[in-house]
Design a protein around this ligand. Sequence first.
Ligand code: A2H
Length: 252
Amino acid sequence: EGVGPQEYTLIKMKVIKLPPKLACFKNHNVFFVAATLRPETMYGQTNCWIHPNIDYIAFKTKNNEVFVCTQRAANNMAYQGFTESDGVIGDFINIKGEDILGVPLESPITIHKVIYSLPMFSILKEKGTGIVTSVPSDAPDDYAALQDLKKKRPLREKYGITDEMVDPYEPCPIIDVPDIGNLCAVTMCEKLNVQSQNDKEKLKEAKDLCYLKGFYDGVMLVGDYKGKKVQEVKQILKEELVKASKAAVYYE
Ligand code: A2H
């Protein structure tokens, strides 16, 4: 932090069926946009995370698509050429996170035809877009939050999350990390006995190791760049996704 702008890959996840609060955009392609530092992990995406209590907006881009993210992120995007007129978001509608949970999405690269937006409470509203891609094989926060939903029926029920949105989705090996294995987040969470997404200290320890080793020593196990190092693949995949209009580059 404080060392200049961070570059994120903005992953565009297309809404398959609009929730009632977004019905006014029925003639548009609507995307939940997630900011990630690890586009090459999209192979292992199982869902998308939304914070139920954060405010989001839906706004039109200059390509007449609709993006959903925090207003703060939309403001940044307006200064990065995403909107019709520079620095201006234009018309937008406000939505609460809880109104866009359980939404079916189509996401680039993942093996799942449909994934769902699910609740996560560690999302920070001042970072990225407030929407996060979930890769439970390689991100301890994602694994812990997914396990919470798998284990806690009342949590699912509170937010109208059905079994079909959670049960078929399991961490899937996409990257081999020397000394840790091919499901580094799962392995570290089990080793440190992480109990839930609120287990902050243990999760920090798990993340420190997984992120460092995953990024610097990880080797791809799947996809067109199987056998190549994560560090090399990151850039290539970002460019491919952007070229295919499935992602964009976003700074903050
Ligand atoms: B990363 P940095 Cl597999 N609140 O994507 C909390 N976390 C957020 C967020 C927010 N508002 N916005 C983005 N993030 C997460 C994938 C991933 C990520 C993997 C491994 C490492 C990793 C799958 N989740 O990040 O504080 C997103 O998770 C390593 C740090 O800006 C995003 O990339 O450095 C990362 O945090 C951005 O974190």
